[in-house]
Design a protein around this ligand. Structure first.
Ligand SMILES: NC(=O)C1=CN([C@@H]2O[C@H](COP(=O)(O)OP(=O)(O)OC[C@H]3O[C@@H](n4cnc5c(N)ncnc54)[C@H](OP(=O)(O)O)[C@@H]3O)[C@@H](O)[C@H]2O)C=CC1
Ligand SMILES: O=C(O)[C@@H]1CCC=N1
Length: 259
């Protein structure tokens, strides 16, 4: 996810000044330097925001390494975590072990951020200053839309819907492609049809004021092909049951990660 944000920021009209801790990437320019270890963070670099985009399990290790590298400079920054689950409190506690008292904000972006088409939930704890909240909002807004949430706990369902959501759409693309091939289409044709359809439907949802339900109904001729397919998908034990179950499972997992 950090790579998706990085790509999105680099492609944005006004990229922020970035020092990126990444063990694989090589990239440098006026606005960006990549370092392999926290110890390589330039001694004169004062970050406003430290974006954490590692797996939740290694958060402490990374906060510890950054804390040691920045020393007192850490106190002038805020942490913006995009990690599923990890609470503001647990991350603030981890920073405190390094003697740093830092506000923590949490966001849940998604991978379309890489192409400027992301959507992020953003929760700002009361400890963050107005300026820190604005910078975090603007960082996320540079790679897509931003939806503020009032309660930190809401980030679990945000994670289930929009953080994980691209995976559900990609699965639909996979399944449409496979079904097309099973009906004799070439892989190339099946792929173009599946992807083009999801792209076009996504654009309609974005561009048009109509509800998703109305857009669906406009495709559905009485007794036609769409009605035949929807009779399968909309059976009570099909999508109306499985989609909410999937969202429940993802929300529960996000809560578990929060501990
Ligand atoms: N994937 C997604 O769509 C989304 C993910 N997230 C959140 O983003 C976070 C990362 O997930 P994801 O991008 O999928 O995971 P990845 O495994 O793809 O990325 C994690 C990155 O962290 C690096 N890393 C791990 N340990 C260290 C360390 N000690 N020092 C420096 N870098 C380190 C890894 O490097 P290396 O490969 O060298 O180990 C890797 O580049 C998670 O917390 C997840 O909840 C949030 C929204 C969406
Ligand atoms: O699967 C995960 O846990 C992360 C969070 C949202 C998307 N990927």
């Amino acid at each position: 996810m950090g790579g998706a944000l990085f790509d999105g920021w680099l492609a944005s009209p006004t990229p922020p000044r970035l020092v990126v801790l990444d063990r694989h990437r090589t990239c440098s320019g006026d606005a960006v330097s990549v370092v392999r270890t926290a110890a390589e963070i330039p001694a004169d670099f004062q970050p406003d925001i430290i974006v954490l985009a590692v797996k939740p399990a290694v958060a402490e290790i990374v906060i510890d390494a950054i804390g040691k590298a920045l020393g007192a400079r850490m106190n002038n920054a805020a942490i913006l975590s995009v990690m599923a689950g990890r609470t503001c409190k647990s991350l603030a506690d981890a920073a405190r072990l390094n003697g740093a008292d830092v506000p923590v904000l949490r966001a849940m972006p998604n991978t379309p951020s890489a192409i400027g088409a992301g959507i992020s939930g953003l929760y700002a704890s009361d400890t963050a200053t107005a300026e820190q909240k604005t910078i975090c909002h603007d960082l996320l807004f540079a790679v897509g839309d931003v939806v503020p949430v009032e309660k930190e706990a809401d980030l679990s369902v945000v994670t289930a819907i929009s953080g994980s959501g691209p995976a559900y759409v990609f699965l639909l693309a996979e399944l449409l492609e496979e079904a097309g091939q099973q009906h004799g289409l070439s892989p190339t044709v099946a792929r173009r049809l599946a992807r083009g359809t999801i792209y076009g439907a996504g654009r309609m949802l974005d561009d048009m004021p109509d509800s998703a339900e109305d857009l669906r109904k406009a495709v559905t001729s009485p007794n036609g092909t769409t009605a035949a397919a929807l009779a399968v998908l909309m059976k009570s034990d099909a999508w109306p049951e499985t989609v909410p179950k999937a969202i429940d499972a993802a929300t529960k997992r996000a809560d578990e990660l929060a501990g």
